[in-house]
Design a protein around this ligand. Structure first.
Ligand SMILES: C[S@@+](CC[C@H](N)C(=O)[O-])C[C@H]1O[C@@H](n2cnc3c(N)ncnc32)[C@H](O)[C@@H]1O
Length: 305
C-alpha cells in the first residue's frame, strides 16, 4: 500500500448501488478499487486499479500520486466502478481502456486485434540489433499485422524505412491504419488485407510475423483474459500450432531480398520446428533470441545464396 492509499481507514464501507454514490477522493477510490479487485482474485490489482482510475478521470497515473486528496466526481466514479466490474469479469485493462503500450508507443486495440504482448518486443529489438548501421532505406513486410504494433515499432526506430502490414482481418487493418495515423507514421506505412504473402511480389529487406501459434489442445491452459477477449483468428493454428508457420515461411522466403531477414515469433517449445521449416525453405537460420522469461521467442533466418 502506498502512503497516499494508507491515509484511508481500512474499514470504510464500499458502496453497492449507484444511488448510494457520492464524490470520493482519488485516494479513497483507489483503495476501493484495489480492495474490490483483490477480493475477486485479480493478480496485479493495485496496478490495474491505478490504470483504470486514471483513465476514468482522464488523467495520467502520475496525477493519482500527486493529488490523492482531489475529489472524483460522481459521474467518474460510476465510470470507474463499471470498469472495475469489467475487470472482475476478467476483461484485460487494455481492452477496457482501448489501448496498449508497446515499445513505449500507444496502440489502439479492438475486439478484432490481438492485445500486443510485451514478449513480442523481443522481435522488434532483435530486428533492430541485426540492421544496426544499415544506411539504405529498408522495406519491411509485417504478416498478420493486427494492431500494426510490430511494423510501427520498427518504423518509429528506423526513420528511413517504409513498410506494409497485411492481415486477413479487414477490421484489424482499419485499427492498424488508425494507429499509423495516430503515431504519425502513416506516410511510411501502408496496410492491406490479404492471406499471408498471396499477391505480393519480392525484394523485402525484412519480413516479420507473429502468426497464430496456439494449438487447439492448449485451449484449457489459457487464461480467460486471452480465451474470451483475444480474437480466435489471432490465436489458434491447426497442426498443433504449426500450420501458419508452414504456410507463410516458404511464401516469405520467395519474396525476401537476397540477404534479407525473416523474423517470426515462436510459442514455447516451437523454435526447433520453426527453424526446420525455415531451413527447408532454403533460409539460413540464426540462433533464436530469448524473451525475458528465457523462452526462445524470435526465430530468425537470412536469405543467403
Ligand atoms: C498473433 S496475431 C499478431 C498480431 C500483431 N502482429 C501482434 O504481434 O500483436 C496474428 C494475426 O494474424 C492474422 N492472420 C491470421 N491468419 C492470417 C492469414 N492467413 N493471412 C494474414 N493474416 C492472418 C490475424 O488476424 C492476427 O491479426
Amino acid at each position: 500500500m502506498t502512503a497516499d492509499e494508507g491515509k484511508f481507514s481500512s474499514g470504510e464501507p464500499v458502496p453497492v448501488g449507484q444511488d448510494t454514490l457520492g464524490t470520493m477522493t482519488i485516494g479513497a477510490c483507489l483503495r476501493e478499487g484495489v480492495e474490490r479487485l483483490n477480493l475477486a482474485g485479480i493478480d496485479g490489482a493495485r496496478l490495474d486499479a491505478r490504470l483504470l482510475l486514471a483513465d476514468a478521470i482522464g488523467k495520467e497515473t502520475s496525477y493519482l500520486f500527486g493529488y490523492p486528496e482531489k475529489e472524483v466526481s460522481k459521474e467518474n466514479r460510476v465510470i470507474f466502478l463499471d470498469m472495475l466490474a469489467r475487470r472482475i469479469n476478467r476483461e484485460p485493462v487494455s481492452r477496457i481502456v482501448g489501448y496498449r503500450e508497446f515499445w513505449s508507443l500507444s496502440f489502439q486495440i479492438s475486439p478484432d486485434t490481438l492485445d500486443p504482448r510485451p514478449d513480442s518486443e523481443t522481435l522488434v529489438s532483435a530486428t533492430l540489433d541485426l540492421v544496426e548501421g544499415e544506411i539504405h532505406p529498408l522495406r519491411i513486410l509485417d504478416l498478420g499485422t493486427g494492431s500494426g504494433c510490430l511494423l510501427l515499432a520498427l518504423l518509429s526506430d528506423l526513420p528511413n524505412a517504409t513498410g506494409l502490414g497485411v492481415d486477413i482481418s479487414e477490421a484489424a487493418i482499419e485499427v492498424a491504419s488508425t494507429n499509423a495515423l495516430n503515431l504519425q507514421l502513416s506516410q511510411r506505412a501502408s496496410f492491406q488485407t490479404g492471406n499471408w504473402c498471396e499477391g505480393l511480389s519480392g525484394d523485402w529487406d525484412i519480413i516479420i510475423s507473429n502468426p497464430p501459434y496456439i494449438g487447439r489442445h492448449e485451449i484449457g491452459q489459457l487464461e480467460p483474459e486471452v480465451l474470451e477477449y483475444d480474437p480466435p483468428k489471432a490465436l489458434f493454428a491447426e497442426e498443433k500450432g504449426m500450420k501458419d508457420y508452414r504456410d507463410l515461411i516458404p511464401q516469405a522466403a520467395k519474396i525476401l531480398k537476397e540477404g534479407g531477414l525473416l523474423v517470426v515469433e515462436a510459442g514455447r517449445g516451437q523454435s526447433g520446428e520453426i527453424n526446420r521449416v525455415m531451413a527447408n525453405a532454403g533460409l539460413t537460420c540464426m540462433p533464436a533470441i530469448k524473451d525475458l522469461g528465457g523462452i526462445d521467442r524470435a526465430c530468425i533466418a537470412r536469405k543467403v545464396n
